[in-house]
Write a protein that binds this ligand. Structure first.
Ligand SMILES: *Cc1c(COP(=O)(O)O)cnc(C)c1O
Length: 838
């Protein structure tokens, strides 16, 4: 055993502090409070102190930032530009402190000043500029790129309102605006000098110039200005700092004085309102197609500003654009920035007089695209008519790209009209629409999926024909998570245990976690591991008590499903199993049931009615079960409102069981699965997304896999969606559906869940009924394993020790090598991939 102490205390070890540095930090914070906030210490609120501390920290970061920028510039290094409409960052204060190595100093300084750091960090609102996994991935990638010292910019939109705040009222979700900027944002620096004009609408004229070249001139109908706001992103150990540059929209001419003077005050600012609407709010995904012109405007706005910015930087350094692909790699996070293909072509040809073929070569060599979903309803298309109205020149370029591309298609499969229709940039089937996924594919040198299975399915489904036409472009980059946030910050207890067991090197090299493996069966080590988990569970129980007034026994099995509410993620399957378990306990109350707490958290898109009904069902079931005296403490159901990064940081370290139960073939990767595994939760899951690779790493005996596989799902769907057969064979399922249908959980409105019961019986597209028995069985296996204490702990420890590969540092290294062609800091020896044992 490497651990001498038998105490359970794994709070951050406190090295001796440098008294001079401590005094300096205290002085800096007080100076900020006085001079930047304008408050005296005696009158300052916690919020004032938080801002003062954040600004003092920011000063220290900015110095490194300017150094990083200068070094990259002097060395002429290639830069990565990560274009994403979403960055789900959460809080930055302790993240930046930790990466700067200043956590102990600030902790002590703030303590001396009489304000606790842990209190102050709660003053920071989450930056929730994303829906879920895709936006959180962008945030993890920003941190990993800084850690690996890759010169990079993140580009996105500075939304005035982030993802809505979720409130649960009588079991129903209600949405409220997220006013994250209400108290200002100490991290960002406005760059009033970095402004670009972004144009919309109007018309295009063609002419021939003096050299006989055809020229297109766009006469736009409307202009909006993009103003830059930079947030520094510090890498681990503070060696490198990158910028997240978010664009805010404003009208070039905010007030029409002439109109104002006529007394038309609203009319005088109307075009200002129209311009500013672009950065007003984040679109929830799953939103219906209606009224989405604003979304297209958002997409073009941020793509155009970002490309203008990076081209200006390139020209400043290189004086020409031929070398663009050597100095810039632009990654498109999903199809939202696909207009980069046409915008870059437009800039190169219309503004810089380049020939089409040269421009096309540069564009393709510069851009690459990450696909995040195979769901046909989630693949973006825009009506040609809308394009014509908003972006006429871009539509012309799309037509020209398509013409050349269809020429290749014809050469590849002469006369095959179906092939031609399937690879075309224009979908002619449902009105003429531009396929943004196809555009991003054709305009990129690399297209990647986000897990091995997802990348394989891309080749077989949505991009089957494009893959045939352009073989070798599709590659896989399995997602990852940053361990600094999801282990070190979220779980200091486990981090301390890992340091004591694996050495301090584990902080820089997660593959060292494998040293824990030797102690997985050691009973003293297991006890320490359980103590850490227990403390985290006590903390979560306290939060649940405070927020919901539900009393939780921290020794129960914490069974966690936290993610967006979506049919394919199958929260419904989990609820049905909960109901079946509820009846099983009622039938045999004398049995020694494993006490469980079912914890749900997640938001549904405001327009997604069925998902909102599922939230109501979870809450109605909770109400019934939590108040049934027959059940006592053996089963509790909890729905925690307003899931976001900060809430995830509390729930994940306390989880025993991680629910990753999507319909096989539908979850591209998942990253919640990785966060939970890293924090010592066992996974119950389907063979979907990155669950498959997790099984390969942790070993099949340390993960509970159930349910149909992707091909079986396809086969069963082909036979129809009726589930009468499986329900007939499953008394547990039949009874649960009957209870939902007959109003057991909704006595005030017995028909409330009839639509759910109907879908479970006759429209089982997501295989909830079809997978039920397999899931129920797997859950009873979990009960048995939990009862055999040490075996559970051993499996949990092995999950932690074998998760290193899922670090986003690994993912970013792969992007850097295979897609971007940029160097990174040298990697430690990669952890070997364990052979799957099934
Ligand atoms: C990680 C994360 C997600 C993604 O979770 P999945 O289970 O992979 O869907 C969504 N939201 C937040 C706040 C997260 O931290």
């Amino acid at each position: 055993m490497p651990i001498q102490s038998t105490t359970d205390d794994f709070r951050l070890a406190k090295p001796p502090l440098d008294e001079l540095a401590l005094a300096e930090i205290k002085t800096a914070i007080v100076a900020k409070l006085t001079l930047a906030i304008g408050k005296e210490a005696a009158l300052a609120t916690k919020h004032d102190w938080y801002k003062a501390a954040a600004l003092a920290l920011r000063d220290r970061i900015v110095h490194r930032w300017l150094m990083s920028e200068k070094d990259s510039y002097d060395a002429g290094r290639k830069r990565v530009y990560y274009l994403s409409l979403e960055f789900l960052i959460g809080r930055l204060f302790t993240d930046a402190l930790n990466n700067m190595g200043l956590l102990p100093l600030f902790d002590a300084a703030l303590g001396d000043l009489g304000v606790g750091l842990s209190e102050l960090r709660k003053c920071e609102p989450d930056a929730a500029l994303g829906n879920g996994g895709l936006g959180r991935l962008a945030a993890c990638f920003m941190e990993s790129m800084a850690t690996l010292e890759i010169p990079a910019f993140g580009y996105g939109i500075r939304y005035d309102f982030g993802l809505f705040r979720q409130i649960i009222t009588q079991g129903w979700q209600q949405e409220y605006p997220d006013e994250w900027l209400g108290f200002g944002n100490p991290w960002e620096l406005q760059r009033p000098e970095v402004v670009y004009q972004v144009h919309f609408g109007g018309s295009v004229e063609h002419s021939v110039d003096s050299r006989g070249q055809e020229r297109a001139i766009w006469y736009p109908g409307e202009t909006v200005q993009a103003v830059a706001y930079d947030t520094p992103i510090v890498g681990w150990r503070g060696k490198h700092v990158n910028a997240l540059r978010l664009w805010s929209a404003r009208a070039p001419d905010p007030l029409r004085i002439d109109v104002f003077n006529t007394g038309d005050y609203l009319g005088a600012t109307a075009h200002e309102a129209r311009a500013e609407a672009i950065c007003k709010f984040l679109y929830p995904n799953d939103e219906s197609a209606a009224g989405r012109e604003l979304r297209l405007r958002q997409e073009y706005f941020f793509v155009s500003a970002s490309l203008q910015d990076l081209i200006k930087r390139h020209l400043h350094a290189e004086g020409q654009l031929r070398s663009l692909a050597k100095k810039a790699a632009v990654q498109l996070n999903d199809t939202h920035p696909s207009l980069a293909v046409t915008e870059l072509m437009r800039i190169l040809i219309d503004h810089h007089g380049m020939q089409w073929d040269d421009a096309w070569e540069i564009t393709r060599a510069t851009l690459s695209y990450t696909n995040h979903t195979l769901l046909p309803e989630a693949l973006e298309t825009w009506p040609v008519e809308l394009f014509e109205r908003c972006l006429p020149r871009h539509l012309e370029i799309i037509y020209r790209i398509n013409e050349l591309h269809l020429g290749l298609a014809n050469a590849c499969c002469p006369g095959d009209v179906d092939f031609r229709a399937s690879v075309s940039l224009i979908d002619e089937k449902a009105g003429r629409r531009v396929r943004m996924g196809h555009l991003a594919f054709i305009g990129s040198h690399r297209i990647n999926g986000v897990s091995a299975m997802h990348s394989d399915l891309m080749k077989e489904t949505v991009f089957h024909d494009l893959h045939h036409l352009y073989p070798g472009r599709i590659t896989n980059k399995t997602n990852g998570i940053t361990f600094r946030r999801w282990l070190m910050l979220a779980n200091p207890g486990l981090t301390e245990l890992a340091r004591a067991t694996c050495g301090d090197e584990v902080l820089d090299d997660p593959s060292r976690l494998d040293r824990m493996e030797d102690y997985a069966g050691d009973s003293a080590f297991q006890q320490q591991f359980r103590n850490v988990k227990h403390r985290n569970k006590v903390a979560l129980s306290r939060l649940i008590g405070e927020r919901l007034g539900i009393k939780i026994d921290a020794s129960a099995l914490f069974d966690v499903q936290i993610k967006r509410i979506h049919e394919y993620k199958r929260q419904l399957l989990n609820v049905l199993e909960t109901i079946a378990l509820y009846y099983a306990i009622k039938d045999e109350p004398q049995r020694d049931w494993v006490p469980r707490v079912k914890i749900f958290s997640g938001k549904a898109a405001a327009s997604y009615r069925y998902a909102k009904l599922i939230i109501k069902l979870i809450n109605d079931v909770a109400e019934t079960i939590n108040n049934d005296p027959d059940i006592a403490d053996r089963l509790k159901v909890v729905f925690l409102a307003d899931y976001n990064v900060s809430l995830a940081e509390v729930i994940i370290p306390a989880a025993d069981l991680s629910e990753q139960i999507s319909t096989a073939g539908m979850e591209a990767s998942g990253t919640g699965n990785m966060k939970l595994g890293l924090n010592g939760a066992l996974t119950i899951g389907t063979l979907d997304g990155a669950n498959i690779e997790m099984r390969d790493h942790v070993g099949a005996e340390n993960i509970a896999i159930f349910g149909m596989e992707a091909l079986e799902v396809v086969a069963r769907r082909a036979q129809g969606l009726d589930a009468t057969d499986v329900i007939g064979r499953s008394p547990h399922l039949a009874r649960a559906i009957r209870a939902v249908d007959s109003g057991v959980f909704s006595p005030d409105d017995v028909g409330r869940f009839a639509s759910i019961a109907h879908a479970l019986r006759h429209l089982d597209h997501y295989m909830v009924s079809a997978d039920f028995d397999s899931y129920y069985e797997a859950q009873r296996g979990i009960d048995a394993r939990w009862s055999a204490g040490p075996a559970w702990t051993r499996a949990a420890i092995l999950n932690v020790s074998r998760m290193a590969w899922f670090s986003s540092d690994r993912t970013i290294r792969e992007y850097a090598e295979d897609i971007w062609d940029v160097p990174t800091t040298p990697a430690a020896q990669p952890a070997p991939v364990r052979q799957a044992k099934r």
